[in-house]
Design a protein around this ligand. Structure first.
Ligand SMILES: NC(=O)c1ccc[n+]([C@@H]2O[C@H](COP(=O)([O-])OP(=O)(O)OC[C@H]3O[C@@H](n4cnc5c(N)ncnc54)[C@H](OP(=O)(O)O)[C@@H]3O)[C@@H](O)[C@H]2O)c1
Length: 256
């Protein structure tokens, strides 16, 4: 093994879910910039195609693939496509998630509960089982789960979302332990407050933002591109001895 850490992804096939915008789009662009053929996926394939066009214009390689990760048959279809077209998978970034409810935990609607669990837990889980089976064939692969600081410290009135993100951290360790012997690593990335559509209510409401930033030592929100370097590190051989790790990218939020 080279003494120089390798961030080179030439020849690798990567899937990034929720890659039509925000954190996922930045991760997809950076993986492609380092040589991976990147499957840019979300529910709206036309939006993914815009990211693909940008990647290709920059000299990278990518394709857009629709997949609602809350629907098991769509996960099956995505992997049927990957298997028939590429026959391999090297990197999976589980990034797409949902947070449909801000409100008292005691009033959580059963439908909202189920939707959040289906996307944020079941979606990540079956994307990972399918992905790890493909990676196992080559004896190598890396799964990166985008969780959240709310998986460690629950967000106020974001109960079920926070619970699912805690489950993603646990899932990361469970896959790390069981998949190490087949060469598949699994790590979690925990973003803090990041300026995306997902967090727009928090970021664009001055009173809420001020309150949130009081708990962030760096006193600012992250840009989505600031998550991508951590994802590249975990996806690449630069992190070859790292599995089951939880990497906070949160401006110091979880330190205080
Ligand atoms: N922003 C933050 O402050 C923050 C903080 C901590 C953690 N995170 C985590 O970071 C990840 C990305 O969030 P973001 O802030 O980048 O959000 P975002 O800008 O709203 O992007 C979300 C992406 O996920 C896709 N998506 C949503 N539901 C989906 C589903 N059921 N199946 C497939 N794709 C789906 C969306 O595209 P379509 O609409 O086309 O499906 C979009 O590409 C999430 O896991 C989130 O929990 C975000």
């Amino acid at each position: 093994m080279s003494a120089t850490p390798s961030f080179d992804l030439t020849g690798k096939i990567a899937i990034v879910t929720g890659a039509s915008r925000g954190i996922g789009a930045e991760i997809a662009k950076l993986l492609a910039a380092h040589g991976a053929h990147t499957l840019v996926s979300s529910r709206r394939v036309a939006d993914c195609q815009l990211v693909v066009d940008e990647i290709i214009a920059s000299g990278g390689s990518a394709e857009a693939v629709a997949c609602h990760i809350g629907e098991l048959e769509q996960i099956e279809a995505l992997y049927a496509h990957v298997e028939s077209k590429h026959g391999r998978l090297d990197i999976l970034v589980n990034n797409a998630a949902t947070n449909p409810y801000f409100g008292p935990i005691l009033d959580t609607d059963p439908g909202i509960f189920q939707k959040t669990v289906d996307v944020n837990i079941r979606g990540y889980f079956y994307m990972s089982t399918h992905g790890a089976r493909l990676m196992q064939r080559n004896g190598a692969g890396s799964i990166v789960n985008v969780a959240s600081v709310n998986g460690v410290v629950p967000g106020f009135q974001q109960g079920i979302y926070s619970i699912t993100k805690a489950a993603v951290i646990s899932m990361t360790k469970a896959f790390a332990v069981e998949c190490a012997e087949v060469g598949v690593r699994c790590n979690a990335l925990l973003p803090g407050l990041t300026d995306t559509k997902f967090a727009s209510v928090l970021v664009n409401t001055p009173a809420i933002l001020k309150q949130a930033l009081a708990h962030v030592p760096m006193r600012r929100v992250a840009q989505p591109s600031e998550m991508a370097g951590a994802a590249l590190y975990l996806a690449s051989d630069a992190s070859s001895y790292t599995t089951g790790a939880v990497l906070n990218v949160d401006g110091g939020y979880l330190c205080v």
